[in-house]
Ligand binder design. Structure first.
Ligand code: TRP
Length: 445
């Protein structure tokens, strides 16, 4: 299988584009709000470095070595137990499940871009009612915006790694960073800024429980796009001269920096208006718009800029969720890119519409199974079961199935022996146990 190669910056931007997503701008700030601010941030930084980055490096070396889809890479690198590895294909289909509800949320974001141009709600109550009404009653507009998000994503992926994914990331990632920085520099001038800084960086240990740590691990994992072969797939297109360690560290750094900047922006605006930090998943859709509305027409500009940035972050992640499946179908079944996309697209589309309808009162009963709506089932199955499982498989493969010398030879050009030993320890012990703990916690508690 011949895969196209990214340029060096193309790989970093595409991998960062995958990593920086709704997880950073939508989820990280509200998780921080709910879990005690600075203490959560500190734990999160630690888990990103110790667990996230280790697994990221593992996915990169596998992809680089295999230069193929994730399943074929496992098979070629461990020919003796080849028959087991075809089951790792479950990882590939995790992508379809994530993409289905992810595009629904991107649809909401696009709708918020449009509505921020026209008018912003002036009170939190009004904003909450509007968000609630959209999600639970307005199937039509959710369906329209879901279609827009879906077809943008599919269209980019039809163009392939170089002309589609790389090109879009080269444009959208710098724009996303510019918009966030512009909002950030404005946020610095607000009275709420210093409060935001202390909220994010001064730890309040009394709010930390054992589940806080597990949440941080789980999020470190999701935010770096680990556990379903996304990073392996992008790394299969890594340019030859890339430095694995430097590229991985850059991506983790960009991802973390953007989460922190988004957090500072959001909390500066919130505290400035005297609003609460722990607003849950509705934080950016409910708490933020009325805060922007206080600024008059400048607020509409903030609103549009913010939701455009969020939309860009979402789209560059969405394409990275599709690509592993495409590579899998094209390389193993010899399907054309279009045919593969058609199959994946059809599945995602059906699941996406079911997910969307499962939040709408009128239709929920048809797409609810065992008391849980399709939207929640997809979210739960992917982030609580399939992604952690994928992460454990990858860690076990690199830490136990591949011989140590082989792994060492893949990494020795980029790190000295001490760093290698630390990394190896993390892959063999820290990652599998931490991820297992997260999974057990999410499933049973
Ligand atoms: N990292 C993205 C975010 O933070 C989500 C994402 C994209 C993802 N690709 C993935 C998560 C692959 C897990 C696996 O929103």
């Amino acid at each position: 299988m011949k895969v196209a190669r990214f340029s060096r910056i193309g790989f970093i931007l595409a991998a960062a584009g995958s990593a920086v997503g709704l997880g950073n701008i939508w989820k990280f700030p509200y998780m921080t709000g709910e879990n005690g601010g600075g203490a959560f941030v500190l734990i999160y930084l630690l888990t990103i470095t110790l667990i996230g980055l280790s697994l990221f490096i593992a996915e990169v070396i596998l992809g680089k070595e295999g230069r193929n889809d994730a399943v074929s890479t496992f098979e070629t690198l461990a020919p003796r137990n080849k028959y087991i590895w075809k089951y790792s294909g479950f990882m590939i289909f995790t992508g379809v499940l994530i993409l289905a509800f992810y595009t629904v949320v991107i649809g909401w974001i696009i709708k918020y871009v449009v509505s921020s141009v026209i008018s912003l709600p002036t009170t939190v109550k009004e904003a909450g009612d509007a968000f609630g009404a959209m999600v639970t009653t307005d199937a039509t507009s959710q369906f329209i915006y879901f279609n827009i998000a879906f077809f943008i994503t599919i269209f980019i992926v039809t163009k392939g790694i170089k002309k589609g994914i790389e090109k879009v990331n080269l444009i959208l990632m710098p724009m996303l960073i510019l918009i966030l920085l512009a909002l950030f520099f404005y946020a610095i001038t607000l009275d709420g800024f210093s409060e935001a800084v202390s909220f994010l960086f001064v730890p309040d240990w009394s709010k930390v429980t054992d589940t806080t740590i597990l949440k941080a691990v789980g999020h470190a994992f999701f935010t770096l796009s680990l556990g379903m072969g996304t990073i392996m797939t992008y790394a299969a297109s890594l340019p030859k001269e890339s430095n694995v360690l430097r590229a991985s560290a850059s991506v983790a750094l960009i991802d973390t920096a953007i989460a922190l900047i988004a957090g500072l922006v959001i909390f500066s605006f919130l505290f400035n208006a005297g609003a609460e930090p722990s607003a849950g998943p509705g934080l950016v859709f409910i708490s933020l718009p009325p805060v922007f509305a206080d600024f008059g027409s400048l607020g509409n500009i903030f609103g549009v800029a913010f939701f455009v940035a969020l939309g860009f972050a979402g789209i560059t992640s969405a394409v990275s969720i599709v690509e592993p499946t495409i590579l899998y179908l094209t390389s193993r079944f010899n399907y054309s890119r279009i045919k593969s996309l058609f199959i994946i697209g059809l599945l995602t589309y059906i699941l996406g519409v079911m997910a969307l309808l499962s939040n709408v009162k009128e239709y929920a009963q048809y797409v609810t199974f065992g008391g849980k709506g399709t939207f929640d089932i997809l979210d739960f199955a992917s982030s609580s079961v399939l992604l952690p499982l994928g992460g454990i498989v990858i860690a076990i493969f690199v830490g136990y199935v591949l011989p140590r010398e082989k792994t060492y030879s893949m990494l020795k050009a980029y790190m000295n022996d001490t760093i290698f030993s630390l990394w190896y320890f993390s892959i063999r012990y820290l990652v599998p146990f931490a991820v297992l703990a997260v999974m057990i916690n999410k499933i049973f508690f």
